[in-house]
Write a protein that binds this ligand. Structure first.
Ligand code: SF4
Length: 61
């Protein structure tokens, strides 16, 4: 499982990278990105940020 960010929607609030740093980071373009296969222990956090992203930009699959 990995996190994906629709960069056309992301408003760079930073929430996902703060709440689930093992799954998301802020990229060089200033927008969030999923950057690695999610460690098992980070999966719940990743699903939570997907739910909480203010613009619905995150999917986990
Ligand atoms: S929570 Fe959503 S809007 Fe905020 S940085 Fe992450 S992907 Fe972008």
């Amino acid at each position: 499982m990995k996190g994906y960010v629709d960069k056309d929607l992301c408003v760079a609030c930073g929430m996902c990278a703060g709440a689930c740093p093992e799954g998301f980071r802020m990229g060089a373009d200033g927008l969030a990105e999923g950057y690695q296969e999610l460690p098992e222990a980070a999966l719940d956090d990743a699903l939570q940020v997907a739910e909480d992203c203010p613009v619905g930009a995150i999917s986990v699959r």
